[in-house]
Design a protein around this ligand. Structure first.
Ligand SMILES: O=c1ccn([C@@H]2O[C@H](COP(=O)(O)OP(=O)(O)O[C@H]3O[C@H](CO)[C@@H](O)[C@H](O)[C@H]3O)[C@@H](O)[C@H]2O)c(=O)[nH]1
Ligand SMILES: [Mn+2]
Length: 748
């Protein structure tokens, strides 16, 4: 069915609205402020140019180095400021009127929905968590015969398959329970953990709930035991084990045929109340030694094909295994866009929900919520948000070419308008599904280049939406008050930094390809969208100003060399305005983004921005450089969603966890130490003479800002003895480098 086609609609003229757009009031203020800030930037560059013109061959090296590096740093900052404006000129807020859906679209005309859930490693992604994700969407408030959930298991693990066989049995009890009791938390873990208003329940419901909870806990224990043992053991049906067995002779996972198991079949299976259930299908795509597996993008494309053969729903939801549904009406909410006769349906590729995380500590010490990327900026992207990899409803057709021209596929069964007539488990269907999921199916095809999720970058989400937007597709950012999904974010610093390092490598892969935003993007996206995408593509460049501003003025201070204007002169006001102006606008936007944002969280957010610049942005870029020289080949290292109690405790107390011996911590600790030494030296110089106070004051202030931000590091280096302290070898190495730098600056 073509969603949005008039045939299925009540006439559009007198139908009630399904959604509305309100421009945010702050946009006028944003524009005026942008003009003021831009003038200040012009003044800054006037001063820079004047100083550059003063440089001679005879200029002392420290002066020349400081002048040049600060010029470069400010140029990057100014460019980044320009890119940020693309989110600020026209921010909007959307509202959906789900209650009007029945007046516009009859339930039997709802489009079918295929949900893709990805998992890759049963140890980093505990199967009980994946099961909760799947159950939360199986229980969507949507016609069961129009809903299918596909699980992609790149780990090809009998532990995960076992967990899903258990989940299929549990679903038969869970789905009718949710429906009858209008449960909103449809992931059982969240439901049983939450403080439900038990008092208001009748005796009967109480005992049903209790029985279900016992059943859930039983399943959880069985799954966790199996994971602890590392094999499904006797509990596992021999047939399934045989299906997986070809992988045991290639445990390296390099080469094996696909496994597809239909665990719940809508045409046959019934829940305990006798109603139909959505399809639940386990897929572990095949892998081949001769073809790259393309990580998550490859997994998603395999699901696009398998689902095309089996159900071919026109709408596809992609979910990471740690992203549970938090609101059962979400698919209907999406229909407020995909079925809106007043929108240009032929160009609308996807509806993206924000990534919102559960289980963060109150102050969000690692800034895991990524408010700017997931909640603030998307409201302002002219043609709609980029794709975040999860919580996104695609129109299947958007994966097959431009809005106007379809890319022909190898077999007709894969095309978006193919109607599936065979029962999903028919022999022909299963054979074809296995064929399209095999490891070398994609050889010599357009998959990953013109069709499906795009290959070539570790941030396949960013890259895919970038290409769709370049091809003329549009997207919609939908952020209802009750979060549609809740996910897990890394709760250890090193996990978080490693995750971002992967993103950095992925973004560089795009920037240094023929699809670079600079040479390709701007041409097809236009100025505003081009700037928005450049903002992300060039995000690793933040490392330059952050590194420069964390050491150069400080080393100059140690040398008693002024690099900023005198405190009493007019130019110092410019510097103070540029600094405080940027920070306060960021603070205001952060607080306006809602969802309980606090000043403390903002403070942590700005601190983590600096930390990122000195760690993952820097090291990630270095790693990318090595990769280009083919010195190292890193893959997609999956972020761990399992935490140990100690880590969890540290995180909940808001204490930084530096307890990993990682090279990434070296530049960070060096910067912290340099700031401390510079601050001490600055104080000493100020006590010695009034002139120093005047000319070095801004540098002393900057160093004091560094010291305040570096506090957790000093603690981790010198005062802590728990597991989260900085490993001694890292402390020693950093102290050595910092001492060398400071001595060199002092003597220069
Ligand atoms: O070979 C692989 C590797 C990963 N995954 C899955 O991809 C998802 C995302 O992996 P994760 O380690 O959680 O990455 P994050 O950095 O947390 O994820 C963000 O960044 C990714 C791109 O780097 C996007 O794919 C994600 O949607 C986005 O949430 C998980 O469900 C994995 O199971 C696979 O299916 N196959
Ligand atoms: Mn994740």
């Amino acid at each position: 069915m073509e969603i949005g086609s008039r045939r299925n609609m009540v006439s559009s003229e007198n139908s009630p609205p399904l959604n509305s757009v309100t421009p945010l009031r702050r946009r006028t203020a944003n524009r005026i402020y942008a003009l003021i800030y831009a003038s200040a930037l012009l003044a800054l560059f006037y001063r820079h140019v004047r100083q550059l013109l003063l440089l001679r061959f005879t200029t002392p090296v420290p002066v020349a180095a400081a002048t040049l590096s600060l010029f470069v740093a400010d140029s990057v900052l100014a460019f980044m400021w320009c890119t940020t404006q693309s989110f600020r000129v026209y921010p909007i807020r959307r509202t959906e009127y789900v209650e009007n859906i029945p007046k516009v679209l009859k339930e039997e005309d709802f489009p079918a929905l295929d949900v893709f859930v990805c998992t890759a490693d049963p140890y980093k992604e505990p199967p009980i968590g994946v099961v909760n994700t799947a159950l939360s969407v199986l229980a969507y408030d949507y016609p069961a015969d129009k809903l299918s959930v596909y699980l992609s298991d790149d780990g090809r693990s009998e532990l995960t398959l076992f967990a899903f066989m258990e989940a299929a049995k549990f679903a038969a009890h869970w789905l009718p329970f949710c429906r009858e009791n209008k449960v909103v938390d449809r992931s059982p873990e969240d439901y049983f953990r939450s403080n439900r208003s038990i008092g208001s329940e009748t005796e009967r419901i109480k005992s049903v709930t209790f029985g279900l909870q016992v059943m859930y806990e039983g399943m959880k224990v069985r799954i966790e035991n199996v994971v602890a043992k590392g094999e499904a053991g006797k509990e596992f049906i021999e047939k399934e084990r045989q299906a997986l067995s070809p992988c045991t002779d290639a445990v390296t996972g390099q080469s094996h045929p696909p496994v597809i198991q239909v665990l719940v079949d809508n045409s046959q299976d019934r829940d305990i109340a006798g109603n139909g259930m959505p399809n639940l299908i386990y897929v572990s795509r095949g892998k081949s030694r001769t073809a790259p597996n393309n990580f998550k993008a490859g997994a998603l494309n395999a699901l696009v094909r398998v689902s095309a053969v089996m159900t071919n729903a026109p709408v596809v939801l992609t979910l990471d295994c740690d992203m549970r549904s938090n609101d059962p009406v979400t698919p209907r909410r999406v229909l407020c866009y995909l079925a809106d006769p007043n929108l240009d349906q032929s160009k609308l590729a996807y509806v993206q929900f924000p990534q919102i995380f559960q289980g963060l500590d109150r102050d969000d010490i690692y800034a895991s919520s990524f408010r700017s990327g997931f909640q603030m900026n998307p409201m302002g992207m002219k043609n709609g948000p980029d794709y975040f990899g999860t919580g996104c409803f695609f129109r299947r057709r958007a994966l097959f070419g431009c809005p106007m021209a379809i890319v022909q596929l190898e077999i007709p069964e894969l095309s978006a308008d193919h109607v599936v007539e065979r029962p999903i488990q028919s022999r022909e269907n299963m054979e074809l599904a296995h064929h399209v999921a095999s490891g070398d199916y994609e050889n010599m095809t357009n998959w990953g280049s013109k069709v499906g999720f795009r290959y070539g970058s570790l941030v396949e989400d960013y890259f895919t939406s970038y290409q769709l937007h370049c091809k003329g597709w549009k997207s919609i950012y939908c952020h209802p008050n009750r979060p549609a999904f809740l996910g897990d974010a890394p709760t250890s610093l090193i996990d978080m930094l490693n995750q971002l390092k992967r993103w950095v490598v992925g973004l560089h892969e795009v920037t240094f390809s023929r699809y670079s935003v600079v040479t390709y993007g701007f041409r097809f996206l236009g100025l505003l969208m081009g700037l928005s995408y450049a903002h992300y593509a060039l995000w690793p460049m933040w490392a330059i100003p952050i590194v420069v501003y964390s050491v150069v003025p400080q080393l100059a201070l140690i040398n008693a060399l002024p690099v900023f204007p005198m405190l009493s002169g007019p130019w110092s006001l410019l510097y103070i305005f540029l600094f405080l102006g940027a920070y306060s606008q960021d603070l205001v936007e952060f607080l306006l983004s809602g969802n309980g944002a606090t000043v403390r969280q903002w403070w942590n957010d700005q601190r983590i921005c600096l930390v990122r610049g000195l760690t993952c942005l820097l090291i990630g870029s270095l790693e990318f450089g090595l990769k280009c020289l083919s010195i190292s080949i890193g893959g997609f290292s999956v972020t761990s969603k399992a935490t140990n109690d100690e880590q969890r405790k540290m995180y909940e107390q808001g204490v930084f966890d530096f307890g990993a011996s990682s090279l990434m911590f070296v530049p960070l600790s060096v910067a912290a130490l340099v700031n401390f030494i510079a601050f001490a030296r600055g104080l000493a110089l100020s006590l010695a003479g009034a002139l120093a106070v005047e000319s070095l004051a801004l540098q002393v202030l900057l160093a004091s800002f560094g010291v305040v931000n570096g506090w957790p590091l000093y603690e981790a280096m010198f005062f802590r003895s728990d597991k989260g302290r900085l490993p001694t070898n890292i402390t020693l190495a950093s102290a050595f480098v910092a001492a060398l730098l400071c001595a060199a600056a002092f003597l220069a």
